[in-house]
Design a protein around this ligand. Structure first.
Ligand SMILES: Nc1ncnc2c1ncn2[C@@H]1O[C@H](COP(=O)(O)OP(=O)(O)O)[C@@H](O)[C@H]1O
Ligand SMILES: [Mg+2]
Length: 371
């Protein structure tokens, strides 16, 4: 901790994924919620091309902000993997190699290169405590087939799925179309294995749409996931904690489109969030239990939002996915569900920082292998 006894926290946002803009809004809310009496806040923005900038306001990354060029030139930074530094180095002309120590980092980067364990890996190398899931949970949570295999292995209910390689799609698409039709029929869902915000995801109702869905998914990943269609309601639960995680009340998403695609998530304001979801007490305890089990199955830490379907014909809960850096804006499901469960946004942020320190000291107890 630094001399002022405040916690020096780096909030990392932006990034190279398609969810860059969502991250900026999440980060803005978090920056606002961090109590200046308790924290020295160091905003750290990653541009769309991957440049790290220290001290930048998330808004400055937005395209209409005219001074962003200047800021980009002046405040370049990098995170050092060498643990003796535990922080950033400034890379600009005025303060070459000046160091900025960090007590803890809050990664608020959604999707690839942020939520997938890569950023967490850098923080591990740098030996800095950080909010949220570690390397393994982050990467398993990001890779939809690995995630589903882990859930299935833990006895958790998932929709039937199969994975295909882009290379095979390009090499023999007819064979794959036939295989999907024989196995799943229509409609079915086609997704890039590593994706978020519904980018590259399609619901295919016939062979023509299936073929287009594979072409689209292949643009985003070398692995393509096909899933059985689940006809049901969409429910989400927030999980908070380390080894003894707790689940919030569930919320419900009512998408304005045929499914919760990118437009329904971020553009069309007719999609509805029902907080809490109107379901019976028995289902509430069942879904909370499943959410905690899903979190533990991937070895989660800190936070995650766990998403489900409640299948109409069977009244069965089916796990859809886990998001290890869920949307964190003032109106996002993750913090809203905690608010509905009695934990205010700023208290939630404090708790996550505390959990980051707890996980860090827990790891410190393990012997370091030195040759
Ligand atoms: N198997 C499925 N059955 C029905 N709807 C689905 C299925 N898979 C995905 N969806 C719809 O697509 C949306 C996005 O899929 P999801 O797997 O959650 O991807 P992302 O990680 O991009 O959010 C879901 O919120 C849901 O509306
Ligand atoms: Mg989703």
């Amino acid at each position: 901790m630094n001399s002022s006894q405040k916690i020096r926290i780096g909030v990392v946002f932006g990034g190279r994924s398609g969810e860059h803009e969502v991250s900026l809004i999440s980060a803005q809310s978090i920056l606002k919620a961090l109590d200046p009496e308790k924290y020295d806040v160091i905003p750290i923005g990653i541009s769309k091309i991957g440049t790290w900038l220290v001290g930048i306001d998330p808004q400055k990354f937005l395209p209409d902000h005219t001074s962003s060029k200047k800021i980009c030139q002046d405040s370049k930074t990098g995170l050092l993997g060498d643990p003796s530094h535990k922080g950033l180095v400034l890379l600009d002309q005025t303060h070459p190699m000046e160091k900025v120590k960090l007590d803890v980092v809050f990664p608020v980067v959604h999707g690839t290169n942020g939520e997938d364990g890569t950023l967490q890996g850098m923080l591990e190398l740098a030996d800095i405590p950080y909010v949220g899931c570690g390397v393994l949970a982050s990467s398993v949570g990001m890779d939809k087939t690995s995630m589903k295999r882990v859930f299935r292995d833990a006895g958790l209910p998932v929709a039937d799925f199969k994975e295909y390689l882009r290379k095979d799609w390009r090499g023999n698409s007819q064979k794959i179309l036939g295989d999907v039709e024989a196995h799943f029929g229509y409609p079915c869902f086609v997704k890039p294995v590593n994706s978020g915000s519904s980018v590259g995801i399609s619901k295919a109702h016939n062979r023509d749409e299936l073929s287009k869905a594979f072409d689209l998914a292949s643009k985003f990943d070398r692995k393509i996931l096909v899933e059985a269609f689940v006809d049901g309601r969409e429910l989400e639960v927030s999980v908070l904690g380390n080894d003894e995680p707790e689940a919030s009340l569930p919320g419900e998403i009512v998408p304005c489109n045929e499914f919760y695609d990118y437009k329904a998530k971020y553009i069309d304001e007719r999609s509805e969030l029902h907080i809490p979801a109107k379901i019976c007490d028995e289902k509430i305890s069942e879904i909370k239990d499943l959410a905690v089990r899903a979190f533990k199955a991937i070895d989660g830490a800190g936070m995650a939002r766990v998403d489900f379907f409640l299948e109409t014909s069977t009244n069965r809960l089916i796990l859809n996915e886990i998001n290890t850096i869920p949307g964190f804006t003032g109106v996002s499901m993750y913090p809203k569900l905690w608010e509905a469960s009695g934990l205010k946004y700023s208290e939630l942020v404090d708790r996550l920082v505390q959990l980051a320190f707890e996980r860090y000291s827990d790891k410190q107890e393990s012997l370091q292998t030195v040759a």
